[in-house]
Design a protein around this ligand. Structure first.
Ligand code: ZN
Ligand code: ZN
Length: 230
């Protein structure tokens, strides 16, 4: 198939490499990986010299409901294009490349994790129908396969058609998603250690609200992993 239809890099259109299906070496090398130092709780990168465990001012102000959140790379460059195409332009074939970043992130930060199951940030049903798929669900499904962990299924539901968060401030984002989720009846949440998957995390308001809902339903732990950090 590659001979007939050579795979092109999503970032620049040149021939894609072998390690990533749809990124060339140059675009892959341009990815801004998130590395130390970052907030121990929310994983937000910070700059400068920091010794010991660092917790950012936002997490100190209001302790997040998730136990820990981590992202693989900054939401920039070819990765931004890739996520955009995956989310809005129907490029569902990019899920393998994006999930391999998630898997590397999980294995790095929680190498001996006792995660019981994976789940994803749900979309409001009409939005999911419009888009025909939930990009976070595709990522969670792929990642579950890579980590050999089960999916928790559709146990989290979005019950409010929240406005897009893109142009909102941090406090507006928090208010926007407040009480936007519920745990589906009969879902097995109590006592379980869950890994929540999404594509991008910006202020963490959405992931935090999901975690709050899951914790209220008795989840023992909620970790969150996203491909990118906005
Ligand atoms: Zn490229
Ligand atoms: Zn933080």
């Amino acid at each position: 198939m590659d001979m007939l239809y050579p795979r092109a890099c999503v970032g620049c259109g040149e021939a894609a490499g072998d390690d990533f299906h749809y990124l060339c070496w140059n675009c892959m090398a341009g990815i801004q990986w998130i590395r130390d130092p970052y907030c121990f709780l929310c994983g937000d990168p910070c700059y400068g010299m920091i010794h010991g465990q660092y917790v950012c001012s936002l997490c100190r102000k209001a302790l997040p409901s998730f136990d820990m959140a981590r992202s693989a790379a900054s939401f920039a460059g070819a990765l931004k294009t890739m996520i955009h195409d995956f989310k809005y332009n129907g490029a569902s074939w990019l899920r393998q490349d994006l999930s391999s970043l998630l898997a590397a992130c999980v294995r790095t930060h929680w190498p001996d994790s006792d995660i019981d199951a994976l789940l994803w940030v749900p979309l409001y049903p009409t939005k999911e129908r419009e888009r025909t798929y939930n990009q976070a669900m595709l990522l969670a499904m792929e990642l579950a396969g890579l980590l050999h962990k089960p999916l928790a299924g559709r146990c989290l539901r979005r019950i409010q058609p929240t406005a897009t968060q893109t142009h909102l401030t941090a406090s507006r984002r928090k208010a926007n998603v407040h009480a936007a989720f519920e745990v589906a009846g009969g879902a097995r949440i109590a006592g379980r250690r869950l890994l929540l998957v999404d594509d991008v995390m910006t202020t963490g308001a959405t992931v935090n609200e999901c975690a709050r809902t899951l914790k209220q339903a008795g989840a023992a732990a909620v970790y969150a992993v996203t491909v990118a950090r906005g």
